[in-house]
Design a protein around this ligand. Sequence first.
Ligand code: TNX
Length: 529
Amino acid sequence: MRSDPRRAYRPAARSRPARPILLAALTALAPACAPPLTHSLVPAPHTARVEPGDSFTVDTLAVIAAAGGDESRRIAGMLAGLIGTTAETTPTVVPAEDPAAGGAAITLAVDDAHRARLGPEGYTLAVTAGGIRVEAAEPAGLFYGMQTLRQLMPPVVEYDAARPRPLRVPYTEIEDRPRFGWRGAMLDVARHFFGVDDVKRYIDLLALHKLNRLHLHLSDDQGWRIEIPGWPRLTEHGGSTEVGGGPGGFYTAAEYRELVRYAADRFITIVPEIDMPGHTNAALASYPELNCDGVAPELYTGIRVGFSALCVEKEVTYEFVDAVVGALATLTPGPWIHIGGDEVEELTEEEYRHFIERVQEIVRGHGKRMVGWGEIAAAELEPTSLIQHWRGEGEYLDEVRAGQVILSPSAHVYLDIQYHPGTPIGLDWPGHTPLRDSYDWDPAGLVPGLPADAIAGIEAPLWTETVATVHDIEFMAFPRLAAVAELAWSPPGALDWDRFRRRLARHGLRLTALGVNFHRTPEVDWARW
Ligand code: TNX
């Protein structure tokens, strides 16, 4: 496995059976003759009845009643803020016990009695002549119900200065809950650095699509992006550049905490990754003692992979790993620490396995669960460790336990891959990934023989070798991330490429209102819905 091992990989899963021409022509016409859409919700809900003809109007004196504690009130406050940018006034939030809640237009209620039916993230949403009611067993479910309600409101609700305007919501009955518990996106802030505001913007877009994990790739050959007590050169030196030689950057502990809090407020768990033992040039350049020959290499600003490795036989390496994992564990309330583990070409298999097993102990010692890229499956893993499958057929996943596998097949969900050969940015090592390839695959059938309960969920990585600005992020992520969100949330029976792309055409108006620089792929008829 020398040079670039990824070049050799051509996924089999991306080929679809050839369709006869006539059928292809009919499919192209489908939007014109298929039943009309009643909504443009993305991801599609579990069950929904929406009556576009009748609607409830959120009027000027709307009150939102919140039942079930502080979190309900906080979520109601977010909803009031959303409505208030467009309606004549901002709705008042009152606790359900308050007499003013009697005539509330909107009620949000958390009630544990719903747990068996809705699970921790499900909700019901009813819009009738009497008003709007969202119920859930937990605040997360209420938040997702609120996102659905938001998507039922006209896209104008996303504009900051559109008031005063009445907001109409169609009569609706929805019961919804996610298919997978892990619905993730990964952002590589190492190849190009993205500041706190850029990441918050991405978090907002994840929340709109009911995603619940943000994996931050915090270190790589080109940069180290998080402060670690006792190891200041990691950021001072290792964080000082990026691909192409730009100034790089890093998060202070306070900034990272701010991101964690911002994400948690939107029910998104941050999963921090420090990639090791490979992809470590920035660390090796910062501390000579981490190198076997004791000599620090130069900083690296190219995009080659596989050339760097920590010196696995030195004790100082494990002191370093312990300091890093310990710092991340302290800063991160979520249960997972990602240790990378991918694309190591400089170690023997045995050296690699020993390293991963030692790191797994360190992660456990700090009270966290280890996550790593597919390669880590070569090591002896604890049942609580997670494997992120990214390339190949997955035959190495023959002994996994329940909930152990995150699916990130590069041919389908790698957001840094070009849509088509003319895409101005992006890589093409697994081929090209038009929107349809991100949508039209079966998570349950991706890895032959993998038990259904082994799948924790799906995650879409955005590597940033060629992605340098927020505009670039949005262009590569959307609309493909919306497709991934639907696969991760919606029940298999609700998945349908033609209906998805028609809903997406309308959803595009909302993304436009939000100023998202999404790729107007010709696979979607953005002008007709
Ligand atoms: C593979 S996916 C990598 C990354 C690159 C990416 C580019 C994985 C575990 N490693 O280092 O950025 O391809 O698509």
